[in-house]
Design a protein around this ligand. Structure first.
Ligand SMILES: [Zn+2]
Length: 374
C-alpha cells in the first residue's frame, strides 16, 4: 500500500509524534476505532514519522509530516518496510491470509524456520535512526498463546521501541494487554473527508469505478474502508431490493427474492456463512433506515435522517408512520438479527424479518393504501 497522510486522523497522529519527540509517548499503543476509518493507514503514517530522521524539519507541529527523503522514509515509501526496513516490523494477518495471528509471529521458538517475529526483532538495536516500530494489524486476531507471548514484550519495553496494535474489536485482547497500552481512539470521518478519501481511491480502484460514491459514502458512515466492502456486497442493490417494502407498497416475499438475486461477494468459508452475511447486511441496512426514521420522528428534524437514499427512505417512513410502528419494526429486525447469530436458517430469517416489516410499515399487498395517505 502507499503511505499517505490519513485524512481526518493526521492531527491525532501529530500529537503522538510530539509526545514521542518529548520522550513521553507510551511504548505500547492500541489504536482502536470502527472498521474502515483508516486506522491501518494512520498507523503506517505514524510509524513512518516515528522512524523519520527529519520529522520536525517542517517547523510547527501542525505541519509535521514524514520528510519523505531520509533513508528511512524512502524505505517505508518504497514498500521495503514490508520486510526489509531494519527498524520496522509489520505483523499483518490480512496480507498473510491468517484467520488468527499465531505465536510464531510473536515469539521465537526452537525449531522455527526463523522468519521475522516480534521477539527476535526487538532484540536488535535501531539501525537507521533512534526508534524501532512493530505494527500489529488487526491485533484482535492474535490467538491466546500469541497474546501471552506479546505480554512479555510489554513487560520489558526497551528505549526507542514502539509497539502499535491496531484493532477494531479490542475486547478480544487480554485485559492484561489492555492495561499496559495507551489507547488511541480514531473515530468515523466527516462526510467531506469520507468523500475525499473515496475520490482518491476511485481514481485507482476499478471496483469503485462507475459507482455512486456519494451514496456509498452515506452507507459507509464515516468509514471509507467499508465502502469497498459495501461495493462488493452490492449494498446499494440490497437496499433497492427492500425499498418497496420501506415505501409501504411492497410484498415481503418478492423483496426477499430480490435480495437473493443481488450479485455480491460475502465473506465466509461456506455457502451458509455467505448467505448469513448477505442477510445480516440487508438487516443492517434496514435497521439504519428505521433508526433514521425514528430520529426524525422523535426530533421533528428531517436532517436527523442523514443523507442520500437511506435518508430519503427514512423521511418517507417518518412522514407516514408514528414512533410506535417504527419502534416495533426496529425491534422485529433486531430480534431476527439475534436469531441469525444463533444459527437460524438465514433464508427463513430474512423472510420473517421482511414479512414483519410489511406488517409494521405498510399496507398488505392489494390494500388501498389508505394508511399511507392518512
Ligand atoms: Zn524522513
Amino acid at each position: 500500500m502507499r503511505v499517505v497522510e490519513p485524512l481526518g486522523h493526521a492531527d491525532a497522529i501529530r500529537g503522538l509524534w510530539r509526545a514521542a519527540a518529548a520522550d513521553r509517548l507510551s511504548h505500547a499503543l492500541l489504536v482502536r476505532g470502527p472498521q474502515g476509518v483508516g486506522k491501518f493507514t494512520a498507523c503506517v503514517w505514524l510509524a513512518q514519522g516515528l522512524l523519520c530522521r527529519d520529522l520536525a524539519a517542517a517547523g510547527a507541529v501542525d505541519d509535521w509530516r514524514p520528510c519523505g527523503t531520509c533513508p528511512s522514509c524512502k524505505k517505508v515509501a518504497s514498500g521495503e518496510w514490508r520486510g526489509n526496513h531494519p527498524d520496522f516490523l509489520r505483523v499483518d494477518p490480512v496480507e498473510e491470509g491468517w484467520d488468527e495471528i499465531p505465536i510464531q509471529a510473536v515469539a521465537e521458538r526452537s525449531g522455527d524456520s526463523g522468519g521475522p517475529c516480534v521477539g527476535s526483532f526487538l532484540k536488535l538495536r535501531p539501525a537507521e535512526g533512534a526508534n524501532r516500530v512493530v505494527l500489529v494489524r488487526e491485533a484482535e486476531r492474535l490467538n491466546l498463546p500469541a497474546q501471552n507471548a506479546l505480554l512479555k514484550t510489554l513487560e520489558e519495553p526497551s528505549a526507542g521501541t514502539f509497539l502499535l496494535l491496531e484493532a477494531s474489536r479490542p475486547d478480544s485482547l487480554l485485559p492484561t494487554i489492555r492495561s499496559r497500552v495507551l489507547e488511541v481512539r480514531l473515530g468515523a470521518l466527516s462526510d467531506a473527508d469520507t468523500e475525499a478519501v473515496l475520490a482518491a481511491s476511485a481514481a485507482d480502484d476499478e471496483a469503485l469505478a462507475g459507482l455512486d460514491l456519494i451514496e456509498l459514502a452515506v452507507l459507509a458512515r464515516g468509514a471509507p474502508g467499508e465502502v469497498l466492502r459495501l461495493a462488493r456486497t452490492g449494498a446499494l442493490a440490497l437496499l433497492a431490493a427492500a425499498t418497496p417494502l420501506l415505501e409501504g407498497r411492497g410484498d415481503a416475499l418478492a423483496a426477499a427474492a430480490a435480495v437473493w438475486e443481488v450479485d455480491g461477494e460475502y465473506q465466509g468459508g461456506t455457502a451458509l456463512a455467505r448467505d448469513r452475511g448477505r442477510v445480516r447486511l440487508t438487516l443492517e441496512l434496514l435497521r439504519d433506515v428505521l433508526a433514521g426514521a425514528l430520529r426524525v420522528a422523535a426530533t421533528g428534524d428531517p436532517a436527523q435522517a442523514g443523507r442520500g437514499e437511506p435518508a430519503r427512505l427514512a423521511q418517507g417512513l417518518s412522514a407516514r408512520l408514528g414512533t410506535q410502528a417504527l419502534t416495533d419494526g426496529l425491534d422485529g429486525l433486531l430480534r431476527v438479527r439475534r436469531d441469525i447469530d444463533l444459527n437460524l436458517d438465514p433464508g427463513a430469517a430474512l423472510e420473517r424479518a421482511l414479512v414483519g416489516l410489511e406488517a409494521q410499515l405498510g399496507s398488505p399487498a392489494g390494500a388501498t393504501g389508505a394508511r399511507r395517505r392518512g
